[in-house]
Every structure is written in C-alpha cells, then in structure tokens.
Design a protein around this ligand. Structure first.
Ligand code: SF4
Ligand code: SF4
Length: 170
C-alpha cells in the first residue's frame, strides 16, 4: 500500500507543466489542478521535478472533503474575475492595434497571461472550465445529448463559445 501521495499548491504553481511530463500515471494532468490521488503511486517524480516547490508529498490517508467556499470569499473572487476579464479584453485590443510589433506581441502575451490567472481564479471559486480539448469535446457531447432535462444546454453552449480550446490556442 502506498504511504505517500502528491499534492499541488496552486498558489506556487507556475504552470510550466514539468510535473505533467514526468508523472508515469497521468495523475498530475487534471482539469481542476488537483492531483488525482487514485492514480498517484507516490513515486515523487513530480515533487522532485517541480521548480517552484509547488508539490508536496503527504501521507496517503482519508482527508475530509473540501469545504464549500463562503460567499464572503466568492464575492470578491467574482469581482476580481470581472476586472481580469476587462484587463484581458483591453490587452487583446491593444495587441490587435500593435499587430506584429514588439508592443503587439507583448500585449498578446499579457492578454494570455491575464486569462490564465483568471482561469485559476474561477477554478479556485469552484468552476470547472472547458480549457482543454478533452473538456471541450465532453461539453459539446453533453450539450448535444443532455444527460437529463435539467442539464443547462444553453449555458454549456455559451461557455464553449466564450472559452476557446486552449489546445488549439497553442
Ligand atoms: S512542475 Fe510544479 S510549477 Fe510546474 S506545473 Fe507542475 S506543480 Fe506547477
Ligand atoms: S508522485 Fe509520481 S505518480 Fe504521484 S503524481 Fe507525482 S509523478 Fe505522478
């Protein structure tokens, strides 16, 4: 039986994806950034590879479920997410104006960087975003063939429209 499992501290993670390359089981590659404890064998390759010290090995035990976030935390998170979305839109407009110039490329990089921060913010607020090609495909499938009458088809379609597939964005 494994004694240790890996956990990732999202606040220290710089998204360089080294842990995704070294993990032999794919445990580090999840939509919500939480390392899959079922797949983790405790080999610690990810913790050794992580340049930011964002991964720790902890005893493999039953932990209490994650607590729901209080509205006092969620409200400022949503306000910050809105301001980040405005920053991204502004940077994207400046990138378009700058074209292929250094300024344009800097603004394009800024827009992308702000988006990544915002995606983390929303994920921390409890939302799974269809960032990857796989998540896009799943959401499209659910929208086309809803699992129940209560499934929010319109919301799923709008989400797909608003959030580009990051695998395609490159
Ligand atoms: S190696 Fe560390 S910093 Fe890089 S993506 Fe994994 S957890 Fe984040
Ligand atoms: S400890 Fe090993 S198996 Fe577990 S997430 Fe890290 S690299 Fe993957």
């Amino acid at each position: 039986m494994k004694k240790l499992i890996a956990v990732r501290n999202l606040r220290l993670c710089t998204k360089d994806c080294l842990c995704l390359y070294v993990c032999p089981t794919g445990a580090t590659d999840t939509e919500n950034s939480i390392i899959d404890t079922e797949k983790c064998t405790g080999c610690r390759a990810c913790a050794d590879a992580c340049p930011g010290g964002a991964i720790s090995m902890v005893p493999a035990a039953e932990y209490p479920p994650q607590q729901k976030k209080d509205v006092r935390v969620l409200s400022p998170s949503f306000a910050l997410a809105e301001s980040k979305a405005a920053q991204e839109a502004l940077a994207a407009r400046l990138a378009a104006l700058g074209g292929g110039s250094d300024f344009g490329r800097l603004m394009a990089a800024l827009a992308r960087s702000v988006r990544l921060v915002n995606e983390d913010l929303l994920r921390e607020s409890g939302y799974m975003l269809p960032q990857s090609g796989n998540a896009h495909a799943l959401l499209k499938k659910l929208a086309a063939d809803p699992p129940s009458a209560a499934f929010p088809v319109q919301a799923a379609r709008r989400l797909l429209k608003l959030l580009p597939d990051n695998d395609e964005c490159g």
